[in-house]
Design a protein around this ligand. Structure first.
Ligand code: PEP
Ligand code: MG
Length: 901
């Protein structure tokens, strides 16, 4: 029979899959000798089995009894003992942290009988009844599914009746009355009595935690964080310790470094006389951790010691939850702490400096996604302007949006394309959809570790919390500042998550220091900034480690130059269609409308020098590095006016009794003759080369001449020609013949040998499946994963994301758009097949990717494993790809040594 339960001293950090993150952390701290209240963990496997079969796994109850006996011996108290009762906490804890998403029940074991025992054994009556009413409330809402509001309004009624404002002023008798009221609430709302058998309380709480894995908010959180749905949660059962045990008690959270900036020094919040989730939920305002030093110096010193021990042991930023119970410090949780992008880079560099981790490990601790976030702009003038309010800078960045005051409104407006800022007094897990939809989250209560802060940081969302000067009125859909300014729903505000300020209206944005450093091409003055220094170091380390090259998609000399500064090793895709816009559209129009060869030749002749100048500029910017020029790809009619607009113009002229412009008539005739129902699958790519005479000859000639010009000017151009949308080897052979002929002509005419390599994009399934034959012609492959995704899935890349994608995402058909992260099973398989078969024909065939996926972190790692030679992406993604290409190597090295971190 499977083992369903592990005592804390049987587990460890390496068992997070089975024991969940919390269980593994508790076990590890127990192993390290830290003061952890005794307890045990029911495995994620037991949860999975329960959710699958609807019944507890065989033997679970017996195991529970055995482990409970051990716990009782360690605690020196027994569950249900009317004189000295043991109380238990039951907490969820999945493999990956899901803050506040699942359930917890505290104070299990309290009954009408044991409450007296608890009062008698040192706690006093008030404490005992306070604990009992908390149990009733948590059990009622979590296990019995009653609305929390039922309990809250009963509490409010009692306070009103007693004329009290604060819970803390309630007397022991008040709380004893409240217990009776809560029991009556349960009886009438749930149709059953609160169980007076502590074991029943325990069993049903465990089941409720199992169920909470599938709560709506937990599912939503997992989807957002890409956490698999089938992991299940572990359940931790532990002796209760009490932060609400009088003035020498309290509860808090702490970080070994600042999770927002990464700066060294312990950091956290402490709430005196409070229990359980009060700190994390941000419901009450916490004190900075440093104040614990005054309140309880011994507990503070002990805590600092444990924090130092944990950081050295885990060799990373740790966060902990702790409780001081009547002067005794207890550790209730530890894990590797979530952090902002900025903190991730700083901490990785610091830990490497401190010799705790290697450079490779430092690199493994930061992600391309985080680097991408550091490139976001910030507000230029936020420090100079008087803000509406100051709060805690909980998650950095700059965001602008319309004020909204509830989650549903945030979702509604965001779905209509509006940018919004979600404003709440404090957030609860129910606000998650709104937080996902918003640009930023602003709260008037709670600290850096409140729900809003933790969740926003995890999502990379801008967050300012605890802006206490604001009076937030959710019902009136507005907030008011101390000077009487009212911000109503829909008013635009700017939120600065780095400074912790909120401003009315739209502030201007400025480049981030990391982007400025990358723009400058080397660290220069900016390395004075420790964040820039950390990025610089890790990127250089990455460059030394990665196997794949990183090129850029760039169509202009300016973009090419920027890409080069960002570290691009060439251009993997230069889309030439962008060179035919603006003024030049007229010339393309003339070419399309040409009635004779002469007219067409003239139009092309006019385009030639312009195109040559484009290429010369780009080759100069990328001197010495490969530049892949793609021949014209989109349907030609894209260069003509819109059909509907043209028809309307002609109709309007006729209605006015005027003779329409003959040119307009010609244009309309051309547009109509070229009209396609499905132009993405129509006359485009290589097909144009085969049916539009002279077009690609002009492009090839312009490129060859640009190469000659650059060589004559002392440059070192490395141009390559790429043919788009090839489906068969024959297409490529025909086009290649024409290309080689033009190259030969230019070589003869100029006396310079310009034998440029000719390759193809692989962006249609047929090309991938016949890659072996195509490689007979192609001198290189570049995967156009945008078109390949579109054609492999049969989903229009231009339309689909607005249509059924939300439903597909919601129903788990995919967890991210395949246009964003490569679909490894389908599109990825095509890439692997084509690479293998292409290289069989042509050993050493150079392969790259130039679709959007070339800058997506997860896809970059896939391409590394698939053995591609380079990825090519937009200039801003180049640093991201450099980092991820190196991390892919680390993943590989770690896989071989069995380290899965
Ligand atoms: C592609 O299809 O992936 C590609 C790079 O080409 P485009 O996006 O220009 O079609
Ligand atoms: Mg394409």
């Amino acid at each position: 029979m499977a083992k369903n339960i592990y005592d804390f001293d049987e587990g460890g950090r390496e068992m997070a899959g089975l024991l969940g993150g919390k269980g593994a952390g508790l076990a590890e701290m127990t192993r390290m000798g830290l003061p952890v209240p005794p307890g045990f963990t029911v495995t994620t496997e037991a949860c999975r089995s329960y959710l699958l079969t609807g019944a507890e796994p065989a033997g679970l109850r017996d195991e529970l009894e055995r482990h409970l006996s051990v716990l009782e011996r360690a605690a020196g108290r027994r569950l249900g003992d009317p004189h000295a009762p043991l109380l238990l906490s039951v907490r969820s804890g999945a493999r990956f942290s899901m803050p506040g998403m699942m359930e917890t029940v505290l104070d299990i074991g309290l009954t009408d009988a044991t409450v007296h025992g608890l009062a008698g054994t040192g706690g006093g009556k008030r404490f005992a009844y306070d604990s009992y009413r908390r149990l009733l409330q948590m059990y009622g809402s979590t296990v019995l599914g009653l609305h929390r509001g039922l309990f809250e309004s009963a509490l409010t009624r009692l306070k009103t009746a007693r004329g009290l404002a604060d819970d803390r002023a309630l007397t022991a008798d008040d709380l004893a009355d409240l217990v009776e009221v809560y029991k009556a609430v349960i009886r009438s709302a749930a149709g059953e009595d609160f169980p007076q058998d502590p074991r029943e309380q325990l069993h049903r709480s465990v089941q409720a935690v199992f169920h909470s894995w599938n709560s709506e908010r937990a599912r939503l959180y997992r989807r957002r964080e890409h956490i698999p749905d089938d992991l299940g949660t572990a359940v931790n059962i532990q002796m209760m310790v009490f932060g609400n045990h009088g003035p020498r008690s309290g509860t808090g959270v702490a970080f070994t470094r600042d999770p927002a900036t990464g700066r060294p020094g312990v950091y956290g919040d402490y709430l005196a006389g409070a229990q359980g989730e009060d700190v994390v939920s941000g419901v009450r305002d916490a004190l900075p951790l440093a104040e614990l030093e005054q309140l309880d110096p011994a507990a503070y010193r002990a805590l600092r010691g444990y924090l130092a021990l944990l950081e050295t042991h885990y060799r990373d930023l740790c966060d902990v939850e702790f409780t001081v119970d009547d002067g005794t410090l207890w550790m209730l949780q530890t894990r590797i702490g979530k952090r902002t992008a900025e903190a991730a880079f700083r901490i990785a560099a610091q830990l490497a400096d401190e010799g705790l981790i290697t450079q490779d490990e430092a690199l493994a601790r930061v992600t391309g996604e985080q680097l991408g976030r550091l490139l976001f702009p910030r507000f230029a003038d936020s420090t100079g302007r008087r803000p509406l309010a100051h709060g805690v800078p909980a998650s950095p960045g700059a965001a602008i949006g319309a004020a909204v005051f509830d989650s549903a409104e945030a979702v509604r407006r965001a779905a209509a394309g509006e940018k919004v800022v979600l404003i709440r007094r404090e957030t609860t897990p129910d606000d998650l959809p709104g937080m996902v939809a918003a640009q930023a989250v602003l709260t008037s209560r709670g600290g850096k570790t409140s729900h809003a802060a933790v969740v926003a940081r995890g999502m990379g969302k801008v967050c300012v919390c605890g802006a206490e000067q604001l009076t937030v009125d959710p019902a009136g859909r507005r907030f008011t500042t101390p000077d009487g300014t009212v911000v109503a729903e829909g008013d635009v505000i700017s939120v600065d998550g780095t400074a912790g300020t909120v401003h009315l209206g739209v502030l201007t944005l400025r480049t981030s220091p990391v982007a400025a450093y990358l723009e400058s091409g080397d660290a220069g003055d900016l390395v004075g900034d420790d964040l820039v220094r950390a990025v610089d170091r890790l990127l250089h380390h990455a460059d030394g480690l990665r196997r794949m090259e990183v090129r850029a998609n760039a169509d202009t000399p300016e973009d090419a130059a920027r890409a080069r500064r960002f570290g691009a090793q060439g251009i993997g895709l230069c889309r030439t269609e962008h060179m035919f816009l603006g003024e030049r559209r007229r010339l393309v129009e003339a070419m399309i409308l040409a009635r004779s060869d002469t007219e067409r030749r003239q139009a092309l002749k006019a385009l030639l020098p312009l195109q040559r100048a484009d290429f010369t500029g780009i080759l100069a910017a990328m001197d010495g590095l490969p530049v892949t020029i793609r021949l014209l790809d989109p349907p030609l009619h894209e260069f003509l006016p819109d059909r509907t607009a043209l028809t309307a113009r002609l109709a309007a002229a006729e209605a006015r009794g005027e003779t329409p412009e003959p040119h307009d008539r010609e244009l309309l005739a051309a547009v109509e003759s070229m009209h396609e129902v499905n132009p993405m699958l129509g006359l485009r790519g290589v097909r144009l080369a085969l049916v539009a005479p002279g077009l690609i000859a002009m492009q090839v000639r312009a490129l060859a001449e640009a190469v000659v010009d650059r060589r004559r000017a002392g440059g070192d151009p490395h141009a390559e020609i790429m043919v788009p949308l090839v489906a068969s080897a024959t297409e490529l052979r025909l086009v290649k013949t024409e290309i080689k002929q033009v190259l030969a002509e230019v070589s003869t005419a100029t006396g310079t040998d310009v034998d440029l390599s000719v390759g193809t994009m692989i962006e249609l399934p047929r090309a991938a499946l016949t890659a072996g034959r195509i490689a007979e012609e192609a001198e290189f492959f570049s995967y156009g994963t945008n078109d390949l995704t579109q054609t492999v899935w049969g989903m229009s890349r231009d339309d689909v994301e607005a249509e059924f994608f939300p439903a597909y995402l919601a129903q788990g058909v995919f967890d991210t758009s395949p246009f964003e992260t490569l679909d490894r099973d389908g599109v990825g398989r095509m890439v692997r097949i084509a690479t293998a078969e292409g290289r069989e024909t042509r050993p050493g065939l150079v392969t790259g990717v130039c679709g959007e996926h070339g800058g997506d972190p997860a896809s970059v790692r896939f391409f590394d494993r698939a053995g591609l030679d380079y990825v090519s992406c937009s200039p801003f993604r180049v640093p991201v790809a450099r980092l991820e290409a190196a991390r892919a190597r680390l993943d590989d090295a770690h896989r071989h040594t069995g380290d899965t971190r």
